[in-house]
Design a binder for this molecule. Structure first.
Ligand SMILES: [Zn+2]
Length: 231
């Protein structure tokens, strides 16, 4: 709600529609074959509902951009907004579709090494297709909304922003993201809590947890979309 209100005030109703499209896409991809992903152990808990740090990590940059746009609206801010939202959509779609991949995901930094579906930094053709699809849907639906004065730049901005952001997300996930272990069930996890207990850090940088990775990747996606506007 708070993110939605800030976006409406800062960017107007057209920006809000873009966030709403992301929200619907996210829910659809999360619930798609939810039972199967649950069995796999990779599904989001609580019926797919996200907690507030997760929402802030994904919507925080978009909200900050909307606040800036409230005071000084510009095409650059609009492009960055599209890139940030496309990254969140691409990342969500890639994660949720990638879980269903029949081919083993490969680590983006070591393509010869396969990892379990759901591992941060793991990539698969299906996940990449999901990222491209989600970015395209955001771009196609945002094109007629007049967010950028040149409507032909909306789809390229969303596609390049979303894919670049998702790739950066995977690179950080494979490289420096905190890896933890549950002290109760001993499962490897990226969550800070598992089985109701704080997890033990066993690798990566302790402060770079999943939500920090999301913030960094939306920054990368926003920058990539801005670059499309400027070239
Ligand atoms: Zn556990």
């Amino acid at each position: 709600m708070a993110v939605g209100v800030v976006i409406v005030y800062g960017g107007g109703f057209s920006w809000f529609i873009v966030v709403a499209v992301f929200f619907v896409l996210g829910v659809a991809f999360t619930l798609y074959k939810y039972g199967y992903k649950r069995k796999l152990g990779g599904a989001q808990g609580k019926g797919g509902a996200r907690n507030w740090p997760h929402i802030l990590a994904n919507g925080g940059l978009a909200s900050i951009i909307a606040v800036c746009n409230y005071f000084a609206p510009s095409a650059a801010l609009a492009a960055m907004f599209l890139g940030a939202v496309s990254t969140s959509a691409a990342d969500t779609a890639a994660t949720e579709l990638g879980l269903l991949s029949h081919s083993r995901p490969k680590l983006i930094t070591h393509p010869s090494k396969w990892v379990y579906p759901g591992t941060s930094g793991g990539v698969s053709p299906l996940g990449f297709a999901g990222a491209a699809f989600a970015s395209l849907v955001i771009g196609a639906l945002a094109t007629p909304l007049g967010i950028l004065s040149d409507p032909y730049l909306v789809i390229p901005g969303c596609l390049v922003g979303g894919l670049f952001g998702a790739v950066v997300d995977s690179l950080i996930g494979a490289g420096v993201q905190r890896k933890g272990e549950c002290v109760v069930c001993l499962k490897p996890t990226e969550d800070l809590k598992h089985c109701g207990e704080p997890t033990k850090a066993i690798g990566g940088v302790p402060y770079i947890e999943n939500n920090v990775v999301n913030v960094l990747s939306t920054v990368a996606g926003a920058a990539a979309a801005l670059a499309i506007l400027l070239v």
